[in-house]
Design a protein around this ligand. Structure first.
Ligand SMILES: *Cc1c(COP(=O)(O)O)cnc(C)c1O
Length: 307
C-alpha cells in the first residue's frame, strides 16, 4: 500500500478524494488477465468450463469490428484450446482485417472470421442462421453477442468481494447488462449499484431484471454521448486529464463514459457527503487503438496514453 499525491492504492483499488470527503475507488478488473481483460474474462469463465464439460472443441460468437468480447473470446480460445469462430458485423471488413487492431489481434489468436451483412447480422439468432453456421463449421458452443447469459452473470458475481461491501455505491458500465447483473447479485442491500449504459435504449432495464435478485440498482442514461461507440472531444479530453491525475487509463466505449458521469454527478451533488464510491474498471483498453485510428483520421482530439 502506498500513498502519493492524495492517491492511495489498496490491493487493486485506487482512491481519489473529492470535496465533501467523497472518495472514488477504482477496482482495476483490467489487470486480471493480460489479454482476456476485465469483465470479459469473468463472463467467459463458467461458459468455458461448461463448453469443456459438454465436450465442445469449438466456440462461436458474434460482435462488431472493435468488440472487446471478440478480442477476449479469441484470446480465451487460444489459451484454453478451443477453435473460435467470430461472426463479424460488416461484409466490407473482410479485406481490411489488417487495418483493424481488434480483428488483427483476434486473427493472430487464431479466430476464424465470418463476415456478414448488417441485415444477416440482425437475424443472427434465428434458427436458420445458426443451422447454416453449423453446416459450415461443425458443432459449436454458442456464446451470445457480448457474452451475456446466466453463466456469464455467475462469473460476474465474483467481481465484488466481501471487502467491497464497505462501499456505499458501486458503479459499472453497461453494454448488454450481464456484468452489472452479477455485481447487483453480490452487492449488499444497503449499497446502491449504478449502471452507466454505453448505448441508447430502454430495453436494458428489462434484460437486467431477468438476472437479478435485488432492486438496489439504477441506470443512469445521461452519459452515453450519443450512442454506442460515439465519443466527443469533451469526453476524450476528460479521459486524458483523468489519466494524467490518476494514472488510470480509461477506454472510450465504456469506462470513460462511466467515469465522466461519476465525476459529473459528484460535481452536481448527487452523492452525499462522505460517500465511498467504487468504480469497477471493466477493461476494454484494447479498443483505444482502433478509436484513435478513427479520431486521428478525422483530425480530432485523440487518447494520448498507451496501454
Ligand atoms: C463489454 C464491456 C462492458 C459491458 O458489459 P455487459 O456485461 O455487456 O454489460 C463494460 N465495460 C467494458 C470495458 C466492456 O468491454
Amino acid at each position: 500500500m502506498y500513498k502519493k499525491n492524495g492517491k492511495k492504492q489498496i490491493n487493486n483499488v485506487l482512491a481519489i478524494n473529492y470535496s465533501k470527503n467523497i472518495r472514488l475507488y477504482i477496482k482495476r478488473e483490467f489487470l486480471n488477465h493480460r489479454f482476456i481483460s476485465g469483465n470479459k474474462l469473468r463472463k467467459l469463465k463458467y461458459n468455458i468450463l461448461e463448453a469443456q464439460r459438454q465436450g465442445f472443441r469449438r466456440l462461436l460468437t458474434f460482435g462488431g469490428a472493435y468488440s472487446n468480447h471478440i478480442a477476449a473470446t479469441a484470446a480465451a480460445g487460444k489459451e484454453y484450446g478451443f477453435e473460435v469462430v467470430g461472426v463479424i458485423r460488416g461484409e466490407e471488413l473482410e479485406n481490411r482485417i489488417n487495418e483493424n487492431p481488434t480483428l488483427q489481434l483476434a486473427n493472430k489468436n487464431g479466430m476464424k472470421f465470418k463476415f456478414v451483412s448488417r441485415l444477416d447480422y440482425r437475424n443472427k439468432t434465428s434458427d436458420a442462421f445458426i443451422e447454416n453456421l453449423k453446416k459450415e463449421y461443425g458443432d459449436f458452443y454458442l456464446l451470445p453477442e457480448g457474452g451475456t447469459n446466466s453463466l456469464a452473470v455467475k462469473g460476474c458475481e465474483e467481481i465484488l468481494t466481501d471487502e467491497d461491501h464497505k462501499f456505499d455505491y458501486v458503479c459499472c458500465a453497461v453494454g448488454t447488462g450481464g456484468t452489472i447483473s452479477g455485481i447487483i447479485n453480490s452487492s449488499i442491500l444497503n449499497q446502491k449499484v449504478l449502471g452507466f449504459p454505453a448505448l441508447k435504449g430502454e430495453f436494458l432495464k428489462k434484460d437486467i431484471s431477468t438476472f437479478v435478485h435485488h432492486d438496489n440498482w439504477e441506470l443512469i442514461h445521461d452519459y452515453n454521448f450519443g450512442g454506442y461507440g460515439k465519443v466527443s472531444d469533451e469526453l476524450i479530453t476528460f479521459m486524458n486529464k483523468f489519466y494524467k491525475t490518476s494514472n488510470i487509463p480509461l477506454d472510450p466505449i465504456y469506462t470513460g463514459k462511466m467515469c465522466y458521469g461519476i465525476v459529473d454527478m459528484i460535481k452536481n451533488g448527487y452523492f452525499e457527503e462522505n460517500s465511498k464510491i467504487l468504480m469497477i474498471h471493466t477493461g476494454g483498453l484494447q479498443g483505444i487503438e482502433g478509436m484513435n485510428q478513427r479520431l486521428k483520421k478525422q483530425n480530432k482530439t485523440f487518447i494520448n496514453y498507451e496501454v
